[in-house]
Design a protein around this ligand. Structure first.
Ligand SMILES: Cc1ncc(COP(=O)(O)O)c(C=O)c1O
Length: 354
């Protein structure tokens, strides 16, 4: 019997595994999705509530107020900013704008699990470059992997799930080695959490390199994961291309209002980021004091390279009331949450070593 064929590429897609959710009624800390543990500020909730009465209308397709506010916040021009339904959607639009069937996209692996899915769906070919045992991207190897077929390179900094950020000097050398007609996406989803003095200034890198695109999000530092809004910052011509490949009306009215309200409250929200950064230090120090070999983290999570023991660790953590994210035979990613959650993670990790 004849049937409607699915694209063969779909059968090759690795599944995107969402972080475990807290079962209804259970007491547990959710450290499985790199979310912000703090609830939205009252001013942000008010903006969302005010916008609720308008949801019979389509949103502003170009998210004008939001892109203007982002531009002012970052010191770029509004036509350089393209918003989308989470930065993961913006990444899809970037690949749709720059890749044709058979083109290659170079990226580190292990890294953000949406990369292989997005690349395959764009009809492009993945070229994965192993991330080092220390969790750092191997930028020289990534530059060496670029061929005439490469259209895009994804640089995840800090790298999800391993944690370190790339350093400015190595990024400079990388950008000097990559041809100028290859797009380099700096995925800076966690940039607000970076404290490494050697980390690059993405905006300065963008200003110096017209083939660079920054990818940022309101989901992490700004705590709007549930509303889905992220954006790219690029040279205006490239931004226009990404905009034309974007889903029409992709950013909801409520998400636009919440984004603007969050930028207005940026100081208060970034104070919370400081608190998460302090908590990250306490978690890293505590784990290292127990003898764990944990890579540096410049994001809101830490990485335990547990290999085959990952699933067992996640299971023990769940039983203790803390949800973490195991990655098959590689390791466990633990988001930084409330101080009580850190205490519990340290307790579970300490017991696991015994
Ligand atoms: C490196 C990286 N990029 C992008 C995203 C996507 O974030 P969002 O779609 O919520 O903006 C994530 C989310 O976990 C991430 O870790």
């Amino acid at each position: 019997m004849k049937h409607v064929p699915l694209r063969p590429a779909l059968s090759t897609l690795p599944p995107y595994v969402p972080g475990a959710r807290v079962p209804v009624g259970a007491a547990a800390y959710k450290l499985s999705s790199n979310e912000n543990p703090y609830p939205p500020l009252p001013s942000v909730v008010a903006a969302i509530a005010d916008g609720a009465v308008d949801v019979n209308r389509y949103p502003d397709m170009y998210a004008t107020e939001l892109t203007d506010a982002v531009a002012v916040h970052l010191g770029v021009q509004p036509d350089q900013v393209v918003a989308g339904c989470g930065s993961v959607a913006v990444l899809g639009h970037i690949l749709a704008a720059f890749c044709d069937a058979g083109d290659q996209v170079v990226y580190p692996w292990r890294s953000f699990e949406a990369y292989p899915i997005a690349v395959t769906l764009a009809g492009a070919e993945s070229v994965q470059v192993p991330t080092g045992d220390d969790g750092r991207l191997d930028l020289p190897a990534m530059a060496a992997a670029v061929t005439e077929r490469t259209r895009v390179v994804l640089v995840c900094t800090p790298n999800n799930p391993t944690g370190p950020a790339v350093h400015a000097a190595e990024l400079d050398a990388f950008l000097a080695a990559v041809p100028r007609n290859v797009l380099v996406v700096l995925d800076e989803a966690y940039v607000e959490f970076v404290r490494d003095p050697q980390a690059p200034d993405g905006l300065a890198v963008l200003a110096a390199h017209p083939n660079v695109v920054l990818l940022r999000t309101f989901s992490k530092a700004y705590g709007l994961a549930g509303l889905r809004v992220g954006f790219a910052v690029a040279d205006a011509r490239l931004a226009a291309g990404i905009r034309s490949a974007s889903t029409p009306f992709g950013v909801s009215h409520l998400a636009q209002l919440a984004g603007v309200a969050s930028l207005r409250a940026a100081d208060e929200l970034l104070d919370r980021v400081d608190r998460i950064v302090l908590e990250r230090a306490r978690l890293l120090d505590g784990l290292r004091a127990q003898g764990w070999d944990v890579p540096d983290s410049q994001a809101n999570f830490v990485w335990l390279p547990l290999g085959d023991a990952s699933a067992r660790f996640a299971q023990e953590a769940t039983e203790a009331g803390v949800l973490v994210r195991p990655f098959a035979a590689d390791g466990v990613r633990i988001s930084v949450g409330e101080p009580e959650a850190t205490d519990l993670v340290l307790q579970v990790a300490g017991q696991f070593r015994r």
